[in-house]
Design a protein around this ligand. Sequence first.
Ligand code: TYD
Ligand code: MG
Length: 475
Amino acid sequence: MSGESGAKRRSGVKQAGREQRLFVCSQCERREPKWLGRCPNCGEWNSFREVDGAAAASSRTPLAVPLTAIEADPGLRVASGNGELDRVLGGGFMRGSTTLIGGEPGVGKSTLLLQVGAKLQTAGRVLYVSAEESAEHLRLRADRLRLRAPRLEVWAGAELGDLLRLLDTARPAAVIVDSLQALTAAGSNAPPGAVNHLKEICDALTGWTHARNAITVLVAHVTKEGGIAGPKAIEHMVDVVLSFETGTAELRFLRAAKNRFGPVEEVALFEMTGRGLRQLSDPSSRFVEHADGNRPPPGVTVATIYEGSRVLCVEVQALVVPAQRSSPRIVSDRIDAGRVARIAAVLQRSVQVPFLDRDIYMNVAGGMRLRDVAADLPIALALYGARTELTPAATVAAFGEITLAGQVRCAAGAERRLRAAAGLGIRVVLAPGPVSSEPGTGWQPVANLRQAVRAALAPASAVSGTAASPAAAGR
Ligand code: TYD
Ligand code: MG
């Protein structure tokens, strides 16, 4: 494959005049708006040639089709056999689609894909291209995972031309490439490691996937900053981009950064065990350390958050200490530091607790990233508790968005959030109304931050016998 053909394929439309380009198969005359490595009609490789699009267009009037006349087969989706992965994909892999899965070394990409490959064999022949590890290593891992997968085949090679020839003869229903960056294309003009080299490989594999209506999964390494190494540039070439992240200890999160066929807000939860990745059946209990009815330390509040369609209880922990330098710092991996700064500023204004000369450390038990806006209120309560060192009598859960004026705004799915907290035995849940709560959920309505800190910490005063009021504590 040449660099020129790759470049042609990437730009189906000329930028300057927005003029339509046209490629015609020299074997069967199939027309395509972009260059394809293989003709989807006659199966010939490298047969597309560009022709004069304007001349071709004038000789042939384009036809539009009514949307309702297009037949789309729902059977195109193939369940991966892994419920958590299917949740993120939106029900399984689409046939004819390419999925890129990125993650740091050691997160468990190869382990997950070997497990998934063994399950995918129900869809047909599965080829595992191991460009980094030897076939023997793969066999040892499969033994460790206790996989029985007679239709899973392994090729421990790395050259693209060899791989395309193998794909052409083996015709697998699914192919796993581990990893994309370890492949090389001998005929490429770009040197291995260059972005264009990677693009050409990705191009050829997506072309094969479309032509064969196969399922292709590409493993990619990520940089320290979390991007797919080298190319953000290849993300637009694939249909689904998943990112595999490490939580604390053995927890693993898999999210979709892009999904042409399903949601992007779902997260899959796994635990790395001695026998591979296990799906987490009771995730909330893994993200809350103080739900046992005992008094938690200061600065701990449980957030009830939506992660896609699932409600989770996640413990937010804050530590507020005198600043070590002239400019105070916010150290927060899992919650956006700008968000923490905003909430601290609102607290300072609404309930008069100063944060100006303090360093703030924020943590989320289990290492989950908090994105739900309704985590504002629990973040605020954790910060307030850490700053004042007041604690409630027992763990408090909360949800609600906070305005700059210190009002607490209602959040979607309040009933489910209340049920999730009740399921963990949490008896006090602070949230704005109105909520049609079931009896026994412990909902306490709060309209603003002042009410929230009072409701959260009043039990503490009663239990400890001190007369500390939240407002007094802030001074
Ligand atoms: P691996 O799948 O090789 O990660 P990646 O392909 O993303 O680099 O997993 C590597 C880590 O997982 C390694 O530290 C060993 C550990 N591991 C387990 O804990 N249990 C297992 O069953 C397997 C196969 C690996
Ligand atoms: Mg690996």
